[in-house]
Design a protein around this ligand. Structure first.
Ligand code: ATP
Ligand code: MG
Ligand code: MG
Length: 351
């Protein structure tokens, strides 16, 4: 069978490698860090920096298909790899989602709604953006942010200076604060032939910028649910996408507002491991390996809870609770670090 190269050896890479193994496929992880979650389960591992052209070339030559678990892969590395093996999802999906300004512009050009936004590279830009968008607002670095890192809230114009300083000179965007009732996400997949399958939207609760829980079904009207899936499909088709994509949405009475997209399997899709026949990880491997997509039908109501930092202390009790436990094998517990998750199956659909 084919060997799938995965850039990134974190928990998403680990769960992709497990899914690939179940399909009889081999995986080869490329990851700069040592002692990483995917290392235990991948067939092969290259530990090297993204600056190491020789290591990248050897990796690219050893694999048949390349995919990734995170979107911040350096362009120089992609230039080397794309000559050696197909990269799925493609580079346009990466380029679009690596930069919040490019991403929001792409979404608006598709006719989708986003928070109002403005490019901010100087304090003068920020003052002008606040005059235009108002407060409250959020200043976010354009690149590299995750789990709410690289963001500063501006509740009143007087807080602009401190927020600008917090960006430490990195290019940023100012986003108007969306007054949403709740957050949902759609995990969708597209095959090379253009087939699209989306999972039922999940409802997401964050605290301190980190996802805490995802619940399916989400609180959505039938028309909102359809709208959410159509938004995801529109994005998948516009990017000529291959693989699984996460789309984060804010729910307001007027419309669904797109927050951001992630060109990969997504934390808010972990519930599919115990709520669907084909989970998001298998679905992604199927798509990138050119297999038919599985359908996204949900057979159960599920609550996914992330285990963050000291939540690991609850594992013995959780193990007795009937919840499905997924641990990432991380060497060290740290505050704010995602250590695992549990899926509680609440009841079967239709019962
Ligand atoms: P992720 O880990 O999901 O990639 P991130 O660091 O990219 O997170 P965002 O998704 O942009 O960050 O923001 C994190 C959370 O902050 C959102 O899920 C939402 O709760 C809140 N948030 C972000 N932008 C806005 C906004 N414009 N209006 C209101 N709330 C927002
Ligand atoms: Mg993000
Ligand atoms: Mg987000």
């Amino acid at each position: 069978g084919a060997t799938i190269g995965i850039l990134g050896g974190g928990q998403l890479g680990r769960m992709l490698a497990v899914a690939a193994a179940r399909l009889g496929l081999k995986t080869h992880i490329f990851e700069p860090g040592t002692n990483v979650p995917a290392g235990d389960v991948a067939h092969q591992m290259t530990t090297a920096s993204y600056d190491d052209a020789a290591a990248l070339r050897a990796f690219g030559e050893a694999v048949d298909i390349i995919t990734y678990e995170f979107e911040n892969i350096p362009t120089s590395a992609l230039d080397i790899l794309e000559a050696l093996a197909p990269i799925h999802p493609g580079r346009n999906a990466l380029a679009t989602s690596q930069d919040r300004l490019t991403e929001k512009t792409f979404l608006q050009d598709l006719g989708l709604q986003t928070a109002p936004f403005a490019d901010v590279t100087s304090m003068a830009d920020l003052d002008a953006a606040i005059a235009q968008i108002g407060t409250p607002a959020i200043l976010k670095t354009r690149r590299m942010g995750y789990d709410g890192k690289g963001q500063a809230r501006i509740m009143a114009p007087g807080e602009a200076g401190a927020a600008f300083d917090a960006m430490a000179g990195a290019p940023a965007i100012l986003e108007g604060f969306v007054d949403f009732s709740h957050e949902v996400s759609v995990i969708g997949a597209r095959s090379p032939e253009g087939a699209v399958a989306c999972y039922d939207p999940g409802e997401n609760v964050h605290s301190d910028g980190i996802l805490r829980t995802t619940t399916v079904p989400a609180k959505l009207s039938p028309s909102q649910r359809t709208d959410a899936v159509l938004i995801a499909a529109k994005i998948l088709n516009a990017l000529d996408y291959v693989g699984v994509l996460g789309v984060e949405l804010f729910v307001t009475p007027q419309a669904l507002i797109v927050n951001e997209i992630a060109p990969r399997v997504h934390n808010s899709g972990h519930w599919t491991q115990n709520g669907c026949t084909i989970c998001q990880f298998e679905q992604h491997i199927r798509a990138v390996a050119g297999w038919p997509l599985g359908d996204g039908a949900r057979h159960a109501d599920v609550v996914m809870e992330n285990l963050i930092g000291d939540d690991m202390d609850r594992v013995p009790a959780l193990a007795k609770s009937g919840a499905a436990i997924h641990l990432y094998g991380k060497a060290e517990v740290k505050p704010g670090r995602k250590m695992g998750h549990v899926n509680r199956v609440i009841k079967a659909v239709g019962t």
